[in-house]
Write a protein that binds this ligand. Structure first.
Ligand code: DGL
Length: 256
C-alpha cells in the first residue's frame, strides 16, 4: 500500500468530525477523506448486523477510491464492525474509537464516572470488556442517550430540544459524578451544553487517543505521508447536497 493514499474516516454522520480535528492536528501531512453516512444516521438505535453492513459498504468504497488506512470515527460502528472488518481486510490498518473510560479512571477523582453513549455501544460486548478492564474501582453509570445524536446531526448545538434531552438524561446526576465520558463522537459538539446540565466536571472523549493510535499504526506500517506532502481534508456524505457538505465544513471549523 502506498504512502500517498488517503486516510478514510467515517461515521454515521457529522459526529466523526470531532475525531477528524485531532487527526488533522496530529497528522498535518496526511490527506483525509471524511465520509458521513447522514442518510442512514443514527446508527445507535440500529441492529449491530445492519451497522456492520453499512460500515462494510463504506469501507469497500473508501478502499476502492485509494484509502491506505481507515479510521472508524464512531463508537457504535467500532463496537459492531471493527473486529469483522479487520478480519476481512487484514492488510489495512483499521483504527477504531472507544469510550474514554481509561483516561477517566486514571484521573485523581474517579469514584463515580458517567458514560454517555448510544444504546448500541452500551449493550455490545466491547463496552462490557472495557468496563471490566478499566471500571473496576469506579462506579460506572451508563446513560444511553437515545435521540441525542439525531438532534446534533442538525448542526445547531444550541437547539432547545438538545438542552431538554440533556436535562432528561443528566440533570439527576448534577453534583454527583466526578467526570463524564463522551462515548459517542457526536457529543463533543455539545460540551458546553452538557456542562450546563451536569456541572463543571472533566469531560473525556476519544479524539486525542484515536489520533495518536492512528499515527502509531501508520508509522508501524510504513504508511506515514512524507513531510513534503501538503495535508488536505475532503468531505463526502450519503446526503450529497451542497448544504450538507457545508454543514460538515462548518462543524469542522466550530470552536467547541
Ligand atoms: N457518532 C456515533 C458514535 O460514536 C453514532 C451516533 C449514532 O449514529 O447513533 O456512536
Amino acid at each position: 500500500m502506498a504512502t500517498d493514499g488517503f486516510v478514510g474516516v467515517f461515521d454515521s454522520g457529522v459526529g466523526g468530525i470531532s475525531i477528524l480535528r485531532p487527526l488533522v492536528r496530529e497528522l498535518p501531512h496526511e490527506r483525509f477523506v471524511y465520509f458521513g453516512d447522514s442518510a442512514n444516521a443514527p446508527y445507535g438505535d440500529k441492529d449491530p448486523s445492519e451497522v456492520l453492513s453499512l460500515s462494510r459498504h463504506i469501507v469497500q468504497e473508501l478502499l476502492a477510491d485509494g484509502a491506505k488506512a481507515i479510521v472508524i470515527a464512531c463508537n457504535t460502528a467500532t463496537s459492531a464492525a471493527a473486529q469483522t472488518l479487520r478480519a476481512e481486510y487484514p492488510d489495512v490498518p483499521i483504527i477504531g474509537v472507544e469510550p474514554a473510560l481509561k483516561p477517566a479512571t486514571l484521573a485523581p477523582h474517579h469514584h463515580r464516572i458517567l458514560v454517555m453513549a448510544t444504546a448500541a455501544t452500551l449493550s455490545l460486548d466491547k463496552f462490557q470488556r472495557l468496563e471490566d478492564r478499566w471500571g473496576s474501582d469506579s462506579e460506572v453509570i451508563e446513560v444511553a442517550c437515545v435521540g441525542l445524536a439525531e438532534l446534533i446531526e442538525k448542526g445547531d448545538p444550541s437547539l432547545p430540544q438538545i438542552h431538554e434531552l440533556l436535562v432528561k438524561y443528566l440533570a439527576q446526576w448534577r453534583g454527583k459524578v466526578d467526570s463524564v465520558v463522551l462515548g459517542c463522537t457526536h457529543y463533543p459538539f455539545i460540551r458546553k451544553q452538557i456542562r450546563e446540565v451536569v456541572g463543571d466536571v472533566p469531560l473525556y472523549d476519544g479524539g486525542e487517543g484515536t489520533a495518536r493510535e492512528t499515527r502509531r499504526r501508520l508509522t508501524e506500517e510504513g504508511l506515514l505521508a512524507p513531510a513534503a506532502q501538503e495535508g488536505s481534508v475532503e468531505f463526502r456524505s450519503s446526503i450529497n447536497t451542497p448544504e450538507e457538505l457545508k454543514l460538515y465544513e462548518r462543524l469542522f471549523d466550530l470552536e467547541v
